[in-house]
Each structure stands twice: as structure tokens, then as C-alpha cells.
Design a protein around this ligand. Sequence first.
Ligand code: NAP
Ligand code: ZN
Length: 351
Amino acid sequence: MPNAKAYAAASATSPLASTTIARRDPTANDVQIEILFCGICHSDLHQVRDEWNEMMPTVYPCVPGHEIVGRVTKVGSAVTKFKAGDLAGVGCLVDSDRTCAECKQGNEHFCNNFVLTYNFPDKHLGGVTYGGYSDSIVVDEHFVLKVPANLNLAGAAPLLCAGITTYSPMRHWGVGKGKKVGVVGLGGLGHMGVKFAHALGAHTVLFTTSAHKKDDALRLGADEVVISKNADEMNKHMGSFDFILDAVAAPHDLNAFINLLARDGNLTLVGAPPTPFQIAAFPLIFRRRSFSGSLIGGIRETQEMLDFCGAHNITADVEVIPIQKVNEAYDRMVRSDVKYRFSIDMGSLKG
Ligand code: NAP
Ligand code: ZN
């Protein structure tokens, strides 16, 4: 069984540190991948610090990372989609039962038996799955994505989570020409949301708590930027949005954004802070507004998103870092100080 180099957290309060982990030998349907880049998602931080304890307690050691891009090094005898040397991507999912109604419709992310890329029971080796802060991974080919060759690889890695998590609800809620669309929070997810809303042809408004991000938001594709702490700026948009995507990683007031929706407008939450929200009745029942959530996306739609990015040359804006800077990167992410996604150069694990 091959060993892989990785970075793991030993507890909720310990920094990530170098370690070795086991990866299985590829079975007939598996693809073995040398990881080149892995994005840092705020979910990695929630999980490493056990902030989601009530829903998904963390098993230590924890190797996070679900925005993986790499090169195929070996394939099993039954693999048809990939061969050694191909580019490959892996997101949040590495398995599901593939027999339930959701799986049959391409909704592996809604399968009751899905396996996430890290911190989920590992059927092959026991223990839990280990994610992409590592030099290699072995994944069933059904869960491996094709990465368009024209994309910058460091910037493509975040598409595997931040990309699909913002693309999927926008497609579901019909974001496109003639629609007024808001994105809340200019972080890893939010900046992808701005890029997609713009590319899909919507009038795109970015809501931020960080006034200094305004110029970047306009450059990334926003038509307007609203400082969400400024009540006057917010009031100008009252009752006017068809759709708002909320990608904030911390507790905040959702009612302020529900009030900005037009009749039948929808606010979709993708941010996952651990503390519950308070939703007031009146902003929702007036104008038949709705509030919903969204979780990543299925494999078919993830490939569609990657192909869309290939065609429109869309990648994340990344700060590429060596793995040795991962703890510093976490601290900066908590302060919303990243433009706009960290992408770890896994070559740094070799040193
Ligand atoms: P991120 O890069 O840290 O961005 C979060 C943004 O939220 C910040 O850039 C900041 O934007 C805003 N923000 C932070 N603290 C805030 C506060 N106290 N009040 C208001 N706004 C605040 O995080 P991310 O990686 O994009 O992830 C965002 C959230 O989505 C996380 O909770 C993550 O776990 C979750 N997530 C969910 C899914 C899913 O499937 N639903 C998938 C991936 C991630 P401004 O500076 O512009 O205000
Ligand atoms: Zn993620």
C-alpha cells in the first residue's frame, strides 16, 4: 500500500503539520492522481477546528482539502475515462451508492450514502477519508472530473468546490440575462459567484462588508457594489432582486437581504456558519419570497461547470502558497484577507 505525504491536524486546536498517510492501491475502477494544486476552502477550516461538531464531528488526524487538481499516474483495469498523464480534478465527493434515485439523476451530493473527500468513513482502508492536502489520492473514476487543458491549474483547483457550489444554485434558480442577481461576501465562493453571474449575463451586485474590495469586485464582473453595513446603500435596492446567493462564513443578518428580494425572489444560502440564523416572518411572507440552501453539486453538473469555465476561460483568482504556509493562510482567511482563494502548490510537499 503506497504511503502519501500530507498535512494533517491532530486536534481542533493544533496547527496542520506534516505527516504520512496510507492511500490504497488502485482497484479496477480507480484513478491514482498526483496532486498538483489544492484550494483552501473555508469548510476545511470549519472542519479542522471542529466548528461543525453538532452535524459532522471531526475525526483526528484530519487531512482536509476538496479542491484538487492533478495528473493521473495510474488507472485500474476497468477505467475508461482516464489514462496516465491526463489532467484530473476531484471535489467534495469520492463515492456514493450509485443505485438510489438521487444518484440515478446525477445528484450524488444528495445520496444518503455519499462519501465526502475527507472526514468520512473510508470503506477501503477503514478510518476516515483523507483529503487533498497531500501529494496523491486514489478515487473511483466516476468521481474524477476532466479539467479543461486551457485553464491555469492553480486557479482551476477552487472550481471543484467554490466553483460548483456557486454555479449549481445559479443554474437551478435561472440566473441569466434580464435577472438582477446579488452575491453576498467576496471570499472564495463569493468571487466565483460574481464571475458566474456575470458570465451568465445577469445584472450582478456584490454585497461586501469590506469597502476596500469594491474595485476588485467591479473588475471580477460586478455591475454594482453595495457595502452591506450601510443602510442607505441597502435601502436603494429594496424589493428588487430576482436572486441572491449568500456565501458568508460567519453569522450575519439574513433578513436584511430577504428584504431586497422582489416578488417570488429567492435567497439561497451556501455559507455554513455553525450557529443558527434567525429569520423573521414578514420579509418572507410579503411578496412570496423564498429562502433555501444549496450543497455543492452532482458529478455531471460539476463537469458541466468545468466545461463552462473552459469555454469562458474562468478560473479562481488565487494566491498560490507552499503547504508550509497553510496555518498562516487559515488565520488570514478568518480575517477575510485573501484575494480570493489560497491554492496550495503541492510541489512544496516534496521539499
Ligand atoms: P471565505 O473565502 O472565508 O469567504 C467568506 C466571506 O464572508 C468573506 O470574504 C467576507 O466577505 C464574508 N464575511 C466573513 N465574515 C463575515 C461577517 N462576520 N459578516 C459578514 N460577512 C462576513 O469562505 P468560503 O470558502 O468562500 O466559504 C464561505 C462559506 O461557505 C463557509 O461557511 C463554507 O463552509 C461554506 N461552503 C458551503 C458549501 C456548500 O456546499 N453549501 C461549499 C463550500 C463552502 P466580505 O469581506 O466581502 O464581506
Ligand atoms: Zn469547499
